[in-house]
Design a binder for this molecule. Structure first.
Ligand code: LHQ
Length: 263
C-alpha cells in the first residue's frame, strides 16, 4: 500500500486520505496513481457502498506538486496536457462515473487541481477554516481537473471567471452560500459529520443512489425530453431492486428499512 494515500476500510465504506501533509498533500505522480488505484478498488468492491475522501494535516490538497514539474532546458517544452490525460482526467472520470456516493471532507486549503478534485465528488463538506483557491492563474494555467466545467455549472460564468482570473481564496461558508459545495462545518465537527454522512449513505439503497447520481449529472447537459426518458429507464431499474421492495415494505410496516444495496 502507498504511504501517500491511506485507505481505511470501515466495512460498508472506505475512507481515503491524501497523505503528504508536509506539502499540504500536493500531488506527485506516485500519489495520483495510488489515489486512482484506491478509488478503483473501492468502485469495484460490491461490499463498499460509499467513499469518503479527505486530507491529512492542515490542508486538503494544494494541487499538483510544483517541485515535480521539470522546467530545465534539457527537458524541453513541458506537456501538461499529457499529465492531465495520464493522471487527472481518469481520476475525475472515475469519481463521476462511480455508481456509489463519494463524499469529500475538505479539512483545509484546497488549491488548483486539489480544489477541483474536491468539486468532482458528490457531496462536499468543508471545515469553516478551509479555503478553495483556483490557483492556476498565478502560474499562467487554466482551471483543470474538471474545474472549468464544474465551476461554470455550479456557480455560473460570472463567479467562475472571477475565481479563476483572480485566484482569490474562497471561504468555505461562501462556497456553501454560492452552491459550490454542500455545507461548511465547524472545524472540530467536520470529520464526525462527514463520517456519519458517509456511513448513512453506505447503508442506503446503493443501486438507486448510483442511478440518482447518474441522472443528476446527465441532467446538467440534457434537454428535458431526453432527461424524462432517462428517468423512465433509471426508475425501471431502481424499481426492480430488492431495496425498492424493502423500502416500501418498511414504510407500510412503520419500521426502518434495511437496505442491502444489491441489484
Ligand atoms: C507545495 C505546494 C505545491 C509543492 C504547497 N507543490 N509544494 C496539472 C497539470 C500539470 C502541472 C501543473 O498543474 C496541474 C494542476 C495544478 O494543480 S496547478 C496548481 C498547483 N498548485 C498551486 O499553485 C498552489 C501552490 N500553493 C500555494 O499557493 C500555497 O501553498 C497555498 C495557498 C495552497 C497554501 O499556503 P500556505 O498555507 O501559506 O502554506 P505554504 O505555502 O507555506 O505551504 C506549506 C508547504 O507546502 C510549503 O513547503 P515548506 O517546505 O516551505 O514548508 C510549500 O512549498 C508546500 N506546498 N503547495 N503545489
Amino acid at each position: 500500500m502507498s504511504e501517500t494515500v491511506r485507505v481505511d476500510d470501515r466495512g460498508p465504506w472506505v475512507m481515503v486520505t491524501l497523505n503528504r501533509p508536509d506539502s499540504l498533500n500536493a500531488f506527485t505522480g506516485e500519489m495520483l496513481s495510488a489515489l486512482r488505484s484506491a478509488l478503483e478498488a473501492a468502485g469495484e468492491r460490491p461490499e463498499c457502498r460509499a467513499v469518503l475522501l479527505t486530507g491529512a494535516g492542515r490542508g486538503f490538497c494544494a494541487g499538483q506538486d510544483l517541485s515535480e514539474v521539470d522546467l530545465s532546458p534539457e527537458a524541453g517544452a513541458p506537456d501538461l496536457g499529457r499529465t492531465l490525460e495520464t493522471h487527472y482526467n481518469p481520476l475525475i472520470r472515475l469519481i463521476r462515473g462511480m455508481a456509489k456516493p463519494v463524499v469529500c471532507a475538505v479539512n483545509g486549503v484546497a488549491a488548483g487541481a486539489g480544489a477541483n478534485l474536491a468539486l468532482s465528488c458528490d457531496i462536499v463538506l468543508a471545515a469553516d477554516s478551509a479555503r478553495f483557491i483556483q490557483a492556476f492563474s498565478k502560474i499562467g494555467l487554466i482551471p483543470d481537473a474538471g474545474g472549468s466545467w464544474a465551476l461554470a455549472r455550479l456557480v455560473g460564468e460570472a463567479r467562475a471567471k472571477a475565481l479563476a482570473f483572480t485566484a482569490e481564496p474562497l471561504a468555505a461558508s461562501v462556497a456553501a452560500d454560492w452552491g459550490l459545495i454542500w455545507k461548511a462545518v465547524a472545524d472540530d465537527a467536520l470529520m464526525a459529520e462527514a463520517e456519519a454522512l458517509t456511513a448513512r449513505l453506505a447503508d442506503g439503497p446503493t443501486v438507486g443512489l448510483g442511478l440518482t447520481k447518474q441522472a443528476i449529472q446527465e441532467a446538467t447537459i440534457n434537454a428535458l425530453d431526453v432527461q424524462l426518458d432517462r428517468e423512465v429507464d433509471y426508475q425501471r431499474r431502481a424499481g426492480r431492486t430488492p431495496d425498492f421492495r424493502e423500502g416500501v415494505n418498511a414504510f407500510l410496516e412503520k419500521r426502518v428499512p434495511t437496505f442491502t444495496g444489491r441489484a
